[in-house]
Ligand binder design. Structure first.
Ligand code: ADP
Ligand code: MG
Length: 256
């Protein structure tokens, strides 16, 4: 199995703020994301999930340890590797209200990564294709984000992420900002896309129920440490840690 992304003994410490202590947001975390697999990262607020995502996306660097992409360290990566990474690993943010530029038409929003990454080919055709994949009509390209519901906006954000044909989709709480009534549809969309496109998925959520519906593997973070990791089904059936049990108890309903 090819490891697409790994964290090897990663620690990330934030310096002390005004008299407070330093924060060890991640403490000796190791795991691998394998090609075609989906990994969920769960934990309560403050557990270190966003810090971990930022490190995986090379938006931040570990205090110690290393992050690798396809076997090579991201720190000090050469131009060619950084370029490949920027195209191959795409992100869907939590809130499409803030992640989509309200002044841009949908067509331009979805084409944006094609433009900025210099992806060759017919952009209009590609935009139409990814919009279809997320269940939107081709004529949405002329409209603005405000003309859509929260669920549709998240579909637009997913289409944008898929436009440059990434192999890895990273999602940060992709349904938390959405109405409960549409969460299931967006989760279903992610599941379907994952299967049909063979995507590798890394999803962060405070909700173990959401992760359970999309991810084969789950990693439980608590205070910056991995308390439990393994196949999601196994973790749900027999959580070994009290903390995981509490996260499970907080899940309103589990998928059947
Ligand atoms: P989560 O996403 O699981 O809620 P975070 O990764 O945002 O967790 O935060 C983990 C810990 O690191 C928290 O204690 C948080 O207060 C702290 N933290 C996060 N970002 C910073 C920062 N830029 N400076 C200082 N402390 C931070
Ligand atoms: Mg967070």
């Amino acid at each position: 199995m090819t490891a697409v992304l790994t964290l090897d003994s990663v620690t990330r410490t934030y310096p002390a703020r005004a008299g407070g202590p330093a924060t060890r947001a991640l403490d000796d975390v190791s795991f691998a994301v394998h090609e075609g697999r989906s990994v969920g990262i769960v934990g309560e607020s403050g557990a270190g999930k966003s810090t971990l995502l930022r490190l995986l996306l090379a938006l931040d660097h570990p205090t110690s340890g290393q992050v690798t992409y396809r076997g090579r360290p991201l720190a000090g990566a050469d131009r060619a590797l950084r370029r490949q990474f920027r195209r191959d690993v795409q992100i869907v943010f939590q809130d499409p209200r803030s992640s989509l530029d309200p002044r841009m038409r949908v067509g331009k929003i979805v084409a944006e990564p094609l433009r900025s990454l210099g992806v060759p080919g017919d952009r209009g055709a590609r935009v139409a294709q990814v919009l279809e994949w997320v269940g939107l009509e081709p004529d949405v390209v002329g409209r603005y984000p405000a003309q859509f519901s929260g669920g549709q906006r998240q579909r637009i954000a997913i289409a944008r992420a898929l436009a440059p044909a990434p192999s890895v989709l990273v999602a940060d709480e992709p349904v938390s900002a959405l109405d409960v009534s549409v969460r299931g549809q967006v989760i279903e969309l992610l599941r379907g896309l994952r299967a049909t496109l063979g995507l590798t998925v890394v999803m962060v959520s405070h909700d173990l129920g959401v992760v359970a519906q999309v991810c084969d593997e789950t990693l439980v973070l608590r205070d910056g440490r991995v308390v439990e990791a393994g196949p999601t089904a196994q973790l749900l059936a027999a959580p070994t840690d009290d903390y995981t049990r509490r996260l499970l108890a907080a899940v309103p309903r589990l998928p059947g």
